[in-house]
Design a protein around this ligand. Structure first.
Ligand SMILES: NC(=O)c1ccc[n+]([C@@H]2O[C@H](COP(=O)([O-])OP(=O)(O)OC[C@H]3O[C@@H](n4cnc5c(N)ncnc54)[C@H](O)[C@@H]3O)[C@@H](O)[C@H]2O)c1
Length: 428
């Protein structure tokens, strides 16, 4: 019987709680030894989830790391701009790391973390949960079966969904590229990763266009106040009315940003919205990240790929064009066409596939959380030298695609990835 891995949580917010709940279902594989977060109620949530009488609580990452080595793997689930400091700290202290994406918010930091982990001989698994989702595993399996022949092109899209865009990228944690990171990194590094993982080769060049067109002051309805809690002439017809956090948008959105989301009465939530960032009019925030972006990519061997991110669609989609057939699938197929994926051979009958996530949840993403935790024990204990399923060897390149795409968007140039990586490599 393999020994359970002891996890410590650096950051005990929404993501840490999700992973902790999944890990706690497998006491044969995991124990949860400690948690650190300035919000004590969140550490207490992890303590409760852990059911570990010896669980140790800390007020922040520095205190946890100063307390010695309390486990085998540190889950770094703080906000994006803390990943660099907390991941380095955990590696230096002696932990292997399960690191939330993005690895870090600057390309030089990402490359330096790869170097540090290699130097210290520690494992870093990045939470690219889509690699572990049933849907993308099926896509990978169909490609590997040869049913598509040789892959010529891939077209992928991510519809963030208007409310999600407003919640996270207009009002929320990832609205400012400077305070967090550009959209293509904070949200779509999942997509550059999936493209890289499915293409199974390196990206050579990228071009990109995109902007923030909709969520800006000029688009505000006449007379709209700064906050939805003040009388607004457009409220009845506005899909972004923040008062919905006290109604149909309470679950799951409010719970991600308000600790008392479950038990609070509507009046308490409305009072909170008067001062919270999530109570602001979506046209009057300090957001600067894009609400649309496209990428055109060339991979080794001439494989081409395009990617569209838009606030104004719901869910991910993919089309893969091969010399023997085409594979199409994603959220629209799941919801409206009765199958997740359809394989259309150039000659012969179509084949439909449905996939079921291990946790029965939302197949394109939710199942990925469970799949990642399912894989974690094996990943962290597999023999030395064997590549990890989402280790730095492959996931750093997925980040380079995103950083290079942002450079391409900002400058209007086509960016060569090898040159870009060289230019940002840590100095010896
Ligand atoms: N893999 C995915 O699909 C996915 C999905 C959503 C978010 N994320 C990423 O996960 C990370 C966490 O997101 P979240 O939604 O859980 O955020 P969150 O804000 O709920 O959690 C972050 C926590 O870190 C805590 N914190 C701040 N400073 C700290 C310190 N010095 N020491 C310890 N804790 C500290 C905060 O108090 C907060 O509780 C982000 O990087 C985000 O981009 C990944």
């Amino acid at each position: 019987m393999p020994k359970p891995l002891a996890l410590v949580c650096i950051g005990c917010g929404a993501r840490a709680q999700t992973y902790a709940e999944l890990a706690a279902r497998r006491p044969d594989r995991f124990t949860i030894a400690a948690g650190a977060d300035p919000v004590a109620a969140r550490v207490e949530k992890i303590r409760r989830i852990s059911a570990n009488p010896r669980f140790r609580a800390f007020a922040n990452a520095a205190e946890l790391l100063a307390a010695g080595v309390l486990g085998d793997v540190a889950l770094v689930a703080t906000q994006d701009n803390h990943h660099d400091e907390h991941c380095r700290g955990a590696l230096a202290r002696g932990y292997h790391v399960l690191l939330e994406k993005p690895i870090a918010t600057r390309v030089d930091q990402v490359l330096a973390i790869r170097e540090l982990a290699a130097r210290l001989d520690r494992r870093v698994m990045v939470c690219f949960v889509l690699r572990f989702a049933a849907f993308y595993r099926k896509v990978k399996e169909i490609i590997a079966s040869g049913a598509l022949g040789e892959i010529a092109s891939i077209q992928a899209g991510e519809g963030v969904m208007p409310w999600h865009q407003a919640h996270s990228f207009v009002r929320g944690h990832w609205s400012s590229a400077k305070a967090a990171s550009p959209m293509i990194l904070s949200k779509c590094c999942h997509d550059t990763d999936i493209l890289h993982w499915l293409a199974d080769r390196r990206c050579l060049r990228v071009a990109s266009f995109g902007s923030r067109e909709f969520f800006r002051a000029e688009r505000a309805p006449a007379g709209a106040p700064a906050r939805c809690t003040d009388p607004c002439p457009a409220a009845a017809d506005c899909p972004y009315d923040a008062r919905r956090y006290a109604g149909d948008m309470r679950d799951p959105w409010l719970g991600m940003v308000y600790d008392r989301a479950r038990e609070a009465a509507p009046e308490e939530i409305l009072e909170w919205l008067r001062t919270s960032p999530w109570g602001r009019c979506v046209y009057r925030c300090d957001n600067d990240v894009v609400d649309r972006q496209v990428l055109a990519m060339e991979f080794e061997g001439g494989l081409t790929a395009t990617f569209t991110m838009t606030a104004f669609e719901n869910g991910r989609h993919i089309e893969i064009y091969g010399t023997r057939g085409v594979l199409k699938g994603g959220e629209t197929h799941r919801r409206h066409f009765g199958a997740h994926l359809v394989l259309l051979p150039h000659e012969g009958a179509p084949v439909r596939y449905t996939v079921q996530a291990e946790d029965g949840g939302y197949e394109l993403h939710g199942g990925g959380d469970a799949g990642l935790v399912e894989a974690l024990h094996e990943e962290m204990t597999k023999p030395a030298g064997r590549p990890l399923a989402a280790g730095l060897d492959s996931t750093v390149h997925s980040h380079i695609i995103a950083f290079a795409a942002e450079e391409a968007r900002a400058t209007g140039r086509v960016v060569d990835l090898a040159d870009f990586e060289r230019a940002h490599a840590p100095r010896k």
